[in-house]
Design a protein around this ligand. Structure first.
Ligand code: NDP
Ligand code: MG
Length: 394
């Protein structure tokens, strides 16, 4: 088979780097069509020098000018494109086979949806887009000859443990999904103990190395909440069919329980190159560069129930999942604003949940029937969250 062309949205981020690491191990299988970034122009330029994509996309003219200077000095002929329309163009180009959706946050929604609509094999890391507009994705997928493969390690694990080719999971004997959670850097802490933690502490995850936003989400457990909603959409499950299992070693990435008492789990070292390689090659398997799991080295695996009281973001996400409508989009937007305010040291760690709770309590939820409605909800929730932050910080 000839090599496949891949576009990597968010190439300069943590998932983007891991994807390029796997791709570079298989030059006969994958060619890089386009790489995209926003602020890390130097990283993008170096990636272009190594991987020689046809296109590099940045989000503004300043970044494009900086990139141009670097590419000229490297003698690289990659064409530079700018803006959201360019992200959609490199996601839907007829020469592209695979799109890695690894932009962080709501900004990933439009180009990821463009890839689904263009019948691509879409590797979904950008969970926020599914949380915001799950039904639009699922509807688009029904009309697409492409496929959506989960990159989030838990969802990738569940995908691997499910019976293949069966749409109705209850008819296939699946009774429950068990979603693993590491518990984050503050597992076992009380809300009071977490009041004064710094962004540096929140971003120091014990098992995974990730971008700042998802690191903070992992620390508040909002990441698990977003993943709950992500799992509901991906596997057509209700939130009460999904249980969160805190498993501090991050070796079992998630489990599927069947009606006959069987529980199937996927295990591996905590390294995102495993789900990335799995989805890239699916339905085949390729080397990911991840070292083999040594069970003797691990020796024990622990499990705990999540602490909803001290980590209120998890309960807020369950509530959004129960409400449905555009409540998840509201939750997601308020959380993005709150996490940024925490990273900027404008609010404290435990105030992230306050911002989300307040925004959810004043929002009026609607049917998210179109992309325009979802984007309006996103903007409204951002302004509610911003107004609340101004009130508590003035
Ligand atoms: P990073 O912050 O490391 O990377 C984000 C990427 O998105 C960067 O390339 C960044 O560009 C780009 N970007 C940021 N904002 C915009 C914007 N407004 N428009 C266009 N591009 C933008 O994040 P991660 O790689 O950690 O995470 C990416 C996604 O994958 C998230 O949705 C996350 O939840 C999900 N995920 C990540 C995991 C991980 O292990 N990291 C695990 C599971 C899921 P630049 O850096 O150049 O500014
Ligand atoms: Mg995950």
């Amino acid at each position: 088979m000839s090599a496949q062309w891949i576009t990597i949205l968010g190439a300069t981020g943590s998932i983007g780097l891991s994807t390029l690491d796997v791709v570079a191990r298989h030059p006969q299988k994958y060619n890089v069509f386009a790489l995209t970034g926003k602020t890390k122009v130097h990283v993008l330029a170096q990636q272009c020098q190594i991987h020689r994509p046809k296109y590099a996309v940045v989000m503004d003219v300043d970044a494009a000018q900086q990139l141009e200077v670097l590419l000229v000095s490297f003698k690289v002929s990659t064409e530079i494109l700018v803006g959201i329309d360019a992200l959609c163009a490199v996601s839907s180009d007829s020469n592209v086979d695979i799109v890695m959706a690894a932009i962080v946050g709501a900004a990933g929604l439009v180009p990821t949806l463009a890839a689904v609509n263009a019948n691509k094999k879409v590797l979904l890391a950008n969970k926020e887009s599914l949380v915001m507009a799950g039904h639009l994705f699922m509807e688009a997928l029904k009309h697409s000859s492409g496929v959506l493969l989960p990159i989030d390690s838990e969802h990738n694990a569940i995908f691997q443990c499910l019976p293949q080719g069966k749409n109705d999971l209850s008819a296939a004997g699946v009774s429950k999904l068990l979603l693993s959670a590491s518990g984050g850097p503050f597992r076992g802490w009380t809300a009071q103990q977490m009041e004064h933690v710094t962004p540096e502490q929140a971003c120091a995850h014990p098992n995974w190395s990730m971008g700042n936003k998802i690191s903070v989400d992992s620390a508040t457990l909002m990441n698990k909440g977003l993943e709950l909603i992500e799992a509901c959409w991906l596997f057509d499950m209700k939130e009460n069919q999904i249980e969160i299992v805190v498993h501090p070693q991050s070796i079992i990435h998630s489990l599927v329980q069947y009606v006959d008492g069987s529980v199937i789990a996927q295990l591996g070292n905590p390294d995102m190159r495993t789900p990335i390689a799995h989805a890239l090659a699916w339905p085949d398997r390729i080397d990911s560069g991840v070292k083999n799991l040594d069970l003797f080295d691990i020796s024990r695996l622990d499990f705990e129930k999540p602490n909803f009281n001290d980590f209120p973001c998890l309960e807020l996400a369950f509530e959004a999942a129960r409400i449905g409508l555009d409540a998840p989009a509201t939750l997601n937007a308020a959380n993005e604003v709150a996490v940024q305010a925490f990273l900027d040291k404008r609010i404290g760690f435990t105030q992230i949940a306050d911002v989300v709770k307040e925004s959810m309590s004043v929002a009026i939820f609607n049917e998210p029937e179109s992309l325009v409605v979802v984007q309006e909800t996103d903007l409204k929730a951002r302004s509610l969250a911003t107004a609340y932050i101004s009130r508590i910080t003035s």
